[in-house]
Design a protein. Structure first.
Length: 337
């Protein structure tokens, strides 16, 4: 994505930490921050292979500009050391899979809630100028009123969503109690190149490219899909706009589509006949299913000057093109949680 002259001026030379830097949104954010002239440090979860995650897909010259630190969000000392000398913090690190949270709720809560607490305590200790804390549209649960504004009730319909609600409330409390300068963003179903088959759009694409039928879960659920460059733009705005500390902003397009219709649109773009089948193992427990998420993004438009620019068809075309070139990364026959 292109960086505006104002953003270039703001981020030039700034020391920035991105937790979850090896993830989908994190890798795109880091690539953009490097383009803007920032000095970027990525905090990634330790593994013995020194695998930087999706940062491996950054252009070589860009990746050379990124300092990578490994650790665990649950380790306060590791978080505190990663934050030294940093002026702006983007906190994206989390365990984000809803099916995984059904299987391992303790790990998800420890990482997402205690990880957020460690981030907030270390930010307070280090005098961080601005924290951009990543929430999720899942905290709203099934829409009670539409479109969903930031004042919508929070509903913990999965262990994952409950963990994100807890993390959000900690961020809110640190702003109120300690004046920690935090801004909370709630992205609505971000998609785009590099995303794993844990998410529905890559799942549909990689199956439709390689098989004669799709295996999907709830086809009636509706989601508000936001292309990754628009989400990254929201993160840049949240870090650079003055006077918005303590506020929460939705990042969504403001229109929704059913999973069934989404699959049919992707099949049409790919241009080959593919049958759609319901796979029972991909269904959430009945009371945990979130049937509709659609964003009211007026607050982000009014206070951050943010608006999405990539329409769904264009975003899908970009995503299909990337997955076609990287099919070896995907396992269409496996249900990836």
């Amino acid at each position: 994505m292109q960086v505006s002259s104002e953003e270039q001026q703001f981020f030039e030379g700034k020391k920035i930490l991105v937790t979850g830097g090896g993830g989908f949104i994190g890798s795109h954010l880091i690539e953009t921050l490097v383009k803007a002239g920032a000095q970027v440090r990525a905090f990634v979860r330790y593994n013995s292979r020194a695998d930087p995650g999706l940062l491996a897909f950054l252009p070589q010259q860009t990746s050379k500009e990124v300092e990578i630190l490994s650790g665990d969000l649950r380790d306060y000392d590791a978080v505190r050391q990663a934050m030294r000398g940093v002026s702006i913090l983007f906190h994206l690190g989390a365990l984000i899979s809803i099916p995984y949270s059904y299987l391992h709720p303790v790990e998800v809560v420890e990482t997402n809630v205690m990880g957020a607490l460690n981030i907030l305590m270390a930010a307070r200790e280090n005098g961080i100028e601005r924290i951009v804390h990543t929430s999720s549209s899942e905290v709203y649960g099934t829409a009670i009123t539409v479109p969903i504004a930031e004042s919508h009730p929070l509903q913990g319909q999965s262990p994952y969503s409950a963990s994100k609600i807890g993390a959000d409330k900690l961020a809110e409390s640190f702003y109120c109690a300690y004046q920690v300068p935090v801004v909370i963003l709630r992205p609505f179903n971000t998609y785009g190149p590099r995303q794993s088959a844990r998410a529905v759009i890559p799942t549909i694409i990689c199956q439709a490219l390689t098989r004669d039928y799709l295996q999907l879960g709830n086809l009636e659920a509706r989601r508000d899909f936001t292309y990754v460059s628009d989400t990254v733009s929201g993160f840049l705005r949240a870090a650079s706009i003055p006077g918005i500390e303590g506020q929460t902003f939705n990042l969504g397009v403001g229109s929704d589509v059913s999973i069934g219709n989404l699959a049919r649109e992707i099949i049409q773009l790919i241009g080959r006949p593919v049958e759609i089948r319901l796979d029972q193992q991909r269904l959430r427990p009945e009371k945990s299913e979130v049937m509709r998420l659609i964003s009211d993004n007026r607050l982000a438009r009014e206070r951050m000057g943010w608006s999405p620019v990539v329409d769904l068809q264009t975003g899908l075309q970009h995503t299909i093109g990337w997955i076609e070139q990287h099919l070896n990364r995907y396992r269409p026959d496996l249900y990836q949680v």
